[in-house]
Design a protein around this ligand. Structure first.
Ligand SMILES: [Zn+2]
Length: 658
């Protein structure tokens, strides 16, 4: 964000404030209202704020690298050559437009050859390898109950809309979205096959198949319960679920060895998919698979196809007015396909090693405050506390970028076909992941690329990870006042640590294995406190009549609240040693909360907000600031919040967990 001269001194621009709003009534708007008014959402964005600004800046940095690569001498087979050729293929608009849907025809030919359900299963396996999702999903990840081995996971998948509820809910808005989805399928068919086909027959069949899959799918809230989804079985168990599927053939096509044990996340889904394979004729599956091909690959083809895809997924579902420019789409694709090749180039130019040291120190401080906090918790008994402390002590961290970069040596990228590059890199990654099955997990691997403006907690490794992309203002600014850094990146670090103790993370022990380490009584109290948070968020009305789903967002809300509480305590320790200064008219504590609100500054289009409420475990920006702060006595003290103020809650209703 642009900074005024004054903001340079402490990392917060007072022009962001909306002084017409009392901080005691709506802190989010007080802290960010000025910025929000001056910064309407750009046409090619569905959300706009701190995160999105930084994401755009990060895309620009990557794009400069990619543009610059055209002028550099890139040796054949080098990473630079690969990202350059990928980029050239993505930017060759003329060629892409000339080819239209032609590159899809070889896939349609495969589909037209389907004769029976065995063919359908084999094709689904092949499509999985090249990045077309259909029916169920296959993945490799550490066994949730055995840290020493990578297991094969089978999961529900195969839908075109963002979640199963989109097919099943009966409110007007959901019906409207379904109608528009059907219209989108029809339009895509017309673009791809011309006018003389009967797209209505296709879309009707596709909707029927997807709706049956949706009915057999778990809800997003159900999927938060890993214990329920941990169904470990051998091939024989899978055969009992879906006897008509030739699983040996399926696994041989995807390149996974099926001898080991499998974890079936949603047995009902696999059972239903098996039934569907026997009672839906191949002719109907042909419509479904052609649609999967079109939908998966439209973004890598002509403008006409990409535009129509955007019309539905961008405009209808997230309210975006204009598609992102080609350079940004290309950059995002290469970041996701060759993330560590591009990331290595990014880090060499953009990563401040100094920031890594400071963040490392901040993580130390946060963990030490967390330890004190855990020890002092009044609701948890000794035995559980000991386990929680052990888990905290066992946390590992990854900062900036991987120690060892991924080797893309065997991946061929050419400047000629964007779609072929996409398929090649997807397949490369998929093969690599299937090879891990049955082996020890590689704890050095990263789940995000270095330029990513985000962070994560991987329960399975009991680790917290902060890519280079988030170690920048407004999250972290080496020149800013400590208060703002603790409120922003400090709260982010606290947030990721707390994920290890949220509704899902708390099911995993210090080794990253799903094992109950809780005394019954303590678990009950934890769930009771969590219920308090669920009720608070359930009451938050994001749009007229549209409420946040407290259960879906529980983990993030626990992490937000815990992150702020811990970061505040860590910050307090640093101010005890310093002289108390008033800066910009604010006390150190007030500045901390301004930094926290600033990091969450953002606004969303109505459709995007609606989609977020339906599918995103994160609450809307305003709720992520105002609701946790309304639980914090520290905030009440800092701003003198009193009964009668809108941010005020009676003490008995305030929730403090960690
Ligand atoms: Zn989170």
């Amino acid at each position: 964000m642009p900074r005024s001269a004054e903001s340079k001194n402490w990392g917060f621009d007072v022009k962001n404030l909306d002084k017409s709003v009392r901080p005691q009534n709506d802190f989010f708007r007080f802290a960010n209202g000025g910025w929000l008014k001056k910064n309407p959402i750009p046409h090619d964005e569905s959300n706009w704020g701190s995160f999105y600004l930084l994401r755009k800046a990060s895309d620009e940095a990557l794009s400069n690298i990619l543009e610059g690569s055209k002028r550099k001498n890139a040796a054949h087979g080098s990473n630079l050559r690969k990202v350059r050729d990928y980029y050239l293929s993505a930017m060759n608009e003329k060629k892409l437009n000339k080819e239209g849907a032609e590159p899809l025809h070889k896939f349609f030919d495969m589909i037209d050859n389907l004769k029976n359900s065995d063919d359908v299963v084999a094709l689904s396996a092949y499509f999985r390898r090249i990045g077309i999702s259909s029916l169920w999903r296959v993945d490799a990840d550490q066994d949730m109950k055995d840290k020493s081995i990578v297991a094969l996971y089978l999961e529900q998948s195969g839908l075109g809309l963002p979640d199963r509820d989109y097919y099943l809910k009966t409110d007007t808005k959901s019906k409207e979205i379904r109608q528009k989805y059907v219209a989108h399928i029809d339009k895509m068919h017309k673009i791809v096959f011309g006018r003389n086909r009967n797209p209505e027959k296709a879309s009707f069949t596709i909707m029927n198949i997807e709706t049956r899959l949706a009915e057999a799918s778990m809800t997003m809230v159900e999927r938060r319960d890993y214990e329920k989804q941990y169904n470990k079985m051998r091939l024989a168990g899978l055969r009992r679920l879906a006897p008509n599927i030739d699983w040996v053939k399926y696994f041989s096509v995807i390149g996974a060895h099926a001898k080991g044990q499998l974890i079936v996340m949603q047995p009902l889904f696999i059972k239903t998919a098996g039934k569907m394979l026997s009672d839906i004729p191949p002719e109907n599956w042909k419509h479904y698979f052609k649609w999967k091909v079109i939908s998966a690959f439209a973004g890598y083809l002509s403008d006409k196809l990409a535009d129509e895809r955007f019309n539905f997924f961008g405009k209808v579902l997230s309210g975006q007015k204009k598609m992102k420019p080609r350079w940004r789409r290309a950059t995002n694709e290469i970041d996701s396909a060759l993330g560590e090749a591009l990331g290595e180039l990014y880090v060499a130019e953009h990563f401040p090693e100094k920031a890594k040291k400071s963040i490392n120190k901040l993580v130390d401080n946060l963990i030490s405050s967390y330890r004190e906090r855990l020890k002092a918790l009044d609701w948890m008994e000794k035995t559980t506390k000991k386990k929680a402390l052990e888990k905290l002590a066992a946390f590992t961290r990854k900062l900036g970028y991987p120690d060892k970069w991924r080797n893309y040596g065997k991946l061929n990228i050419s400047p000629h076909s964007y779609l072929e590059n996409h398929i090649a890199s997807y397949t490369f990654e998929f093969k690599r992941s299937m090879k891990k099955i049955g082996k020890r997990p590689d704890k050095k691997e990263w789940g995000m690329t270095p330029p990513t403006v985000n962070a994560y907690n991987n329960f399975l490794f009991n680790e917290i990870v902060f890519p280079a992309g988030i170690m920048q203002p407004p999250f972290f600014d080496p020149n800013a006042d400590d208060s703002v850094n603790y409120g922003a990146i400090g709260a982010v670090i606290g947030h990721e640590l707390t994920h290890g103790f949220d509704d899902k993370g708390s099911m995993f022990d210090k080794n990253g294995e799903m094992k109950n380490w809780w005394e019954k009584k303590d678990r009950k109290l934890f769930l009771k406190k969590a219920q308090g948070l669920i009720s608070q968020f359930n009451k938050y009305e994001a749009l007229p009549g549209v409420y946040v789903n407290g259960k879906l967002t529980l983990g993030e809300n626990i992490a937000d609240l815990g992150g702020l509480v811990i970061a505040f305590r860590a910050y307090q320790k640093t101010i005890r040693e310093k002289e108390r200064k008033i800066i910009g008219g604010f006390t150190p504590e007030q500045r901390f909360f301004l930094g926290a609100a600033y990091a969450e500054c953002g606004q969303a289009r109505e459709a995007a907000l609606r989609q977020q409420i339906n599918t995103d475990p994160h609450s809307p920006s305003e709720a992520r600031v105002n609701l946790p702060l309304a639980n914090m006595t520290e905030f009440y003290d800092a701003f003198g919040v009193k009964k009668g103020d809108k941010m005020w809650r009676p003490e008995k209703d305030r929730v403090v967990i960690w």
